[in-house]
Design a protein around this ligand. Structure first.
Ligand code: PAF
Length: 288
C-alpha cells in the first residue's frame, strides 16, 4: 500500500494503479471504525483498485466545533486500511489542500440549508469543496459514502450531477453497534452513561419508521413523536428530528416515494446524527 502526501504523488500513483483496472475512492477524515472499513471492503469487492483519503477538512468545521479535538490516529488508520486491501492512501497536509490564497468553493443552493445545514452553516460548502477537489485529484471511477451521512450523500450526488462529473456514487448502509448505535468517530467522546443514552436515537427512529411503514399518514404527528422520544432521554439535547422527502430533502407530499427520517442530538460533547429511509414499497408491502 502506497502512502501519498502530495497531490502530484497521488496522481502519479493512481496513474500507474489504473493499469490494474477501475479505481474506487473512499474519502474519510480518518480515525477508522467498522463503518469506514466496510466502505473500503465494499469498494474492494466491486473495484480492483481502492484509494482511501484521510484528511480532517477544516473547511467543514464551524468556528466553535471540534476541529482541534477531532480524534486522529494515522498509524492505526494506515494499518487498518492496508488490512482491507487498499492500494493507496492519500494523506495531504492542510497546506497541500488549501494553499495560501485559496478562494474557490463549491456551494449548493439547495439541499444544504436544511437538517445539519441549518445548525452547521458552511458545513456542506466545506464538504462539497473537499469532495470536488478529491474527485478532481484522484479521478476515481466510483466513490463510496456511508448512508449514515444521508444529507452529505444527497449533496455529493447532486454536485456530481450538476457539475457533470464522470463517476458513480455508491451508498453503503450504516454500520451499527450491537445495540443499534450508528458507528461514528465522535462516539469516542461519549462517557459510559452518554453511550447508553445515545441508543435512544436508533430506537426512536425505528419506532417512527414502523409507524410510517404501517400506514400512518400524519407525518407531522410521527415527527413530533420521534422528537418527543429523544427529548425524553435526559442526557440527550435534541437538535432536530425531521421527516423529509428524498432526494430533494423537501417537505414530504403524497407523491413522494422515499422518505428520510433523520435526527441529530448532543450527548455531552458528542454531536451525533442518525437516519433511516422508508420507501413506498416498504409501506405497500406492510399495508397490502
Ligand atoms: O464524511 C466525511 O468523512 C467527510 O465529510 C468527507 C466526505 C471525507 C469530506 O471531508
Amino acid at each position: 500500500m502506497q502512502v501519498c502526501e502530495t497531490i502530484a504523488e497521488v496522481r502519479e500513483v493512481v496513474r500507474e494503479l489504473r493499469n490494474s483496472g477501475p479505481v474506487a475512492l473512499v474519502p474519510t477524515m480518518g480515525y477508522f471504525h467498522e463503518g469506514h472499513l466496510t466502505l473500503m471492503r465494499e469498494a474492494h469487492r466491486r473495484f480492483p483498485v481502492v484509494v482511501v483519503s484521510v484528511f480532517v477538512n477544516p473547511l467543514q468545521f464551524g468556528p466553535t466545533e471540534d476541529l482541534k479535538t477531532y480524534p486522529r490516529d494515522l498509524e492505526r488508520d494506515l494499518r487498518l486500511a492496508r488490512g482491507t486491501g487498499a492500494a493507496a492512501v492519500f494523506v495531504p497536509s492542510e497546506n497541500e489542500m488549501y494553499p495560501e490564497q485559496f478562494c474557490t468553493f463549491v456551494d449548493l443552493e439547495r439541499l444544504s440549508g436544511v437538517l445539519c445545514g441549518r445548525t452547521r452553516p458552511g458545513h456542506f460548502r466545506g464538504v462539497a469543496t473537499m469532495v470536488t477537489k478529491l474527485f478532481n485529484i484522484v479521478r476515481p471511477d466510483a466513490a463510496f459514502f456511508g448512508q449514515k451521512d444521508a444529507q452529505q450523500l444527497q449533496v455529493v450526488r447532486r454536485l456530481v450531477r450538476d457539475l457533470n462529473l464522470n463517476l458513480e456514487i455508491v451508498a453503503v448502509p450504516t454500520v451499527r453497534e450491537a445495540d443499534g448505535l450508528a458507528m461514528s468517530s465522535r462516539n469516542a467522546y461519549l462517557d459510559p452513561r452518554e453511550r447508553r443514552a445515545a441508543t435512544v436515537l436508533y430506537r426512536s427512529l425505528q419506532s417512527a419508521r414502523e409507524a410510517v411503514v404501517s400506514g400512518r399518514r400524519d407525518l407531522a404527528a410521527v415527527q413530533e413523536r420521534l422528537a418527543a422520544g429523544i427529548r425524553a432521554e435526559p442526557l440527550a439535547e435534541l437538535e432536530y428530528a425531521e421527516i423529509l422527502a428524498l432526494p430533494g430533502l423537501t417537505p414530504p407530499g403524497d407523491d413522494d416515494s422515499e422518505l428520510l427520517l433523520a435526527v441529530a442530538a448532543r450527548f455531552g460533547r458528542a454531536r451525533l446524527i442518525d437516519n433511516v429511509v422508508c420507501t413506498v414499497e416498504d409501506r405497500h408491502r406492510r399495508t397490502s
